[in-house]
Design a protein around this ligand. Sequence first.
Ligand code: BDR
Ligand code: CA
Length: 310
Amino acid sequence: AKNIWIDCDPGIDDAIALAAAAASRDVLNIRGISTVAGNQTIERVTGNALALSDFLKMDVPVVKGAEGPLTRAKEDAGHVHGETGLGNTVLPKTAKQTEPGNPFQVMRDHIMNLSADEKMTLVPVGPLTNIALLLKVFPEVSERIDEIVLMGGGTFGNRTPTAEFNIWGDPEAAKIVFDSGLPIVMCGLDVTHKSGLDRAQVDALINNEGEVQKAFGEMLKFYFDSPAYINSELVHIHDAVAVIYLTNPEIFKGIQVSVDVDCTDDINRGMTVCDVRKTAPEAGRNVNLLKDIDLTAFQNILLEKLGSLQ
Ligand code: BDR
Ligand code: CA
């Protein structure tokens, strides 16, 4: 199984990503979860990550990461994910605690303590603050990172016309990550907007007997009813796409590109500038920009995974 570390800001689609990972233990070995301020404050997303990991019976460390972007003020996405970050869904209380210590040191140690023939795949699905800090403060981790499969960016935006929320949330951090040269799989809006569930599928989850399915169905209904999905036939479960890429890469198509990030204060702040020109230099194309997904396969795989959770 692949060793993965999930860095997230739950967040409704983050919650579904965690659920999909929890349902994929045969192929994914979840070594830990770190949280980052994004959809909600660091306190709220960390509380959600603890509650979710307990609810999903994930026996993994949870690390509380950065409380805001590297250089700018923080802004949340409460209008999409609600005040708590998980819509109106209230998960059972948990006694689980975060791992003590400096979060980046803890992440570093989990990576470096893998046995010599093992590597870690990082799966960031929030702003890239933690990952940028980890790479800068502990550069030795680079050699032990297999790849970074992230949700963020795209050739168009959602937070602004040209910037996607996670990259816009900390462009300076995103630039550090894309410039690292590490192999990156970018599950950006180009592909996540081609993924998702429809209303009937969300309703079927809510009407399910299972407590777990009901909880995730309710969260998805809240998400579907948010302003982000006006006139949309599908609720795009962005972050789950990164996890499904890990379990089923064969249902995706991408192209190898270089990506720069706009860190100016101008209208394109947070835009991922993807060089899709055929004439672009070969060197520096460290990003697999996912463009297509087999929607029916995605839906079947995700629903099967959610259905398998007890
Ligand atoms: C991203 O923004 C957040 O609101 C979601 O959790 C996802 O990670 C989509 O742009
Ligand atoms: Ca997220």
